[in-house]
Design a protein around this ligand. Sequence first.
Ligand SMILES: *[C@@H]1O[C@H](CO)[C@@H](O)[C@H](O)[C@H]1NC(C)=O
Ligand SMILES: *[C@@H]1O[C@H](CO)[C@@H](O)[C@H](O)[C@H]1NC(C)=O
Ligand SMILES: *[C@@H]1O[C@H](CO)[C@@H](O)[C@H](O)[C@H]1NC(C)=O
Ligand SMILES: *[C@@H]1O[C@H](CO)[C@@H](O)[C@H](O)[C@H]1NC(C)=O
Length: 455
Amino acid sequence: MKPTLSLILAASATAARLRRPGPAGAATVDLSSTRGPTRSLASGFLYGFPDNGTSPSTHIQPDLVTPLKPPASRAGGSQLPAPDLGWAVDGYDSYIGRFESALSNYRTTRMYGGDFILLVSDLWGSDGVDDSGGYYPGDNGEWEDAEAFWGQLLDDVVKNDMVEGLVFDIWNEPDIEQFWNRTFDQFLELYVRSHNFVREKLPELQICGPSFANSPALDDDHWSTLLTTIAENDIVPDIYSWHHIGGQGPDPAAADFATLLETHGLPERPIDVNEYAWPDQQNCAHTAWYISQLERNEMRGLRANWAMGPELHDFLANLVFKDGEEYKPTGEWYLYEYYVAMEGERAASAASEDGLFDAFAVVQEDGTVKIIAGTASVVEPYEISVSGLSALGLEEDGEVEVRTIRFDYEGIDVDTGGPVNLGSETLAYSGDTLSILLDPPNNSTGFAYEILGRK
Ligand SMILES: *[C@@H]1O[C@H](CO)[C@@H](O)[C@H](O)[C@H]1NC(C)=O
Ligand SMILES: *[C@@H]1O[C@H](CO)[C@@H](O)[C@H](O)[C@H]1NC(C)=O
Ligand SMILES: *[C@@H]1O[C@H](CO)[C@@H](O)[C@H](O)[C@H]1NC(C)=O
Ligand SMILES: *[C@@H]1O[C@H](CO)[C@@H](O)[C@H](O)[C@H]1NC(C)=O
């Protein structure tokens, strides 16, 4: 009997449902190629520490901060209420409160061993909510007031013994109107003038820039113009900085940036991505992806902070939340805790070809391999192809024991209770390469794998 069309359709629909979709791609890890010891580069954050006058703050229980080993934080008294609206409004009187907030945050950050990136534009009052009253350095060609501001700031930095571990961040996101509502030429003049001012008055202070909202790209005129200005004036910052909340991912941006430096004859310097991830990218899957890309490109990474007003100055950029008097960790906090505790040699790795899946791997001293992996918030299965097992002293074909750990994310005010240990299983491998399948249950789950050794 000939099957009817509807029977054929029903049968093929069942087959489609039963057939597991093939992986959408594979990230690779090469255990035979290492990139130096772990540095926990990516666990910094924008603002996030509570203010405490000019003193360090332990409002957030230290046992929720220490495991993150934040390599840096970044602040400058943004969005404090009147009268602390920044230099632009009323000079010193409206600046000093913002400076004191930054000093408190500096001291807290140093207490936990991190560097502090000073957001000079927030001290000025340009903090995205237009407290500056629409007044920018260099308006009407007048720079004396800006120089008075930088002079006061550097005096306060010296007086309060803040030079060590401090980075002077020239301006925040001058490539977008929300933070620089003037011509780009006026910004370029600000860049040259403030760089030269700091170098002359306090040469030992580190400078970073340009902290653009858009990451480097070959066709981005802001980048080309700024790098031309830097080369012409010989004012290379100590740290190049930008954000990954607009533009392309860290991998393609790093490749373009290397080309741009070469084109402009500029030297390499350390890179700070001093804000990363949109709000809907701040989950365990996407964060594992970001960590992998930042680590691969040796970029120090600070999570973006999307809170406003007093909440900006709290919660470690949404890694903790308040439950009564106590702070509690979010699901993402546990992923960072796991990442920072990964110690040993970092293994070479690469993202999947579509760029939407990535992994970060280390080889511990005892030969255990630890990997974190996640998708860029997409729900597709991917593989991690782990090659070079013989570098661990294993045979080219055989079996290993692999433990899987799941990191759930349930929002910025939910403690997931910690990672879920899914147990270990024996996986066969051949040709010196092990394949691990990651099939995400939803768009926010991250995973860790521990290759425990020969079976
Ligand atoms: C705030 O600073 C004061 C010193 O000025 C210190 O005694 C106090 O413990 C600090 N509070 C917190 C919660 O860190
Ligand atoms: C920039 O300035 C113009 C003119 O004053 C104003 O209309 C516009 O809203 C400003 N843009 C932002 C993002 O504040
Ligand atoms: C994602 O899937 C995991 C595993 O099934 C589950 O525990 C978690 O609640 C899910 N998260 C969301 C936001 O649905
Ligand atoms: C992830 O899934 C949630 C729930 O289905 C959805 O609201 C959210 O927009 C998704 N996020 C992204 C980045 O796709």
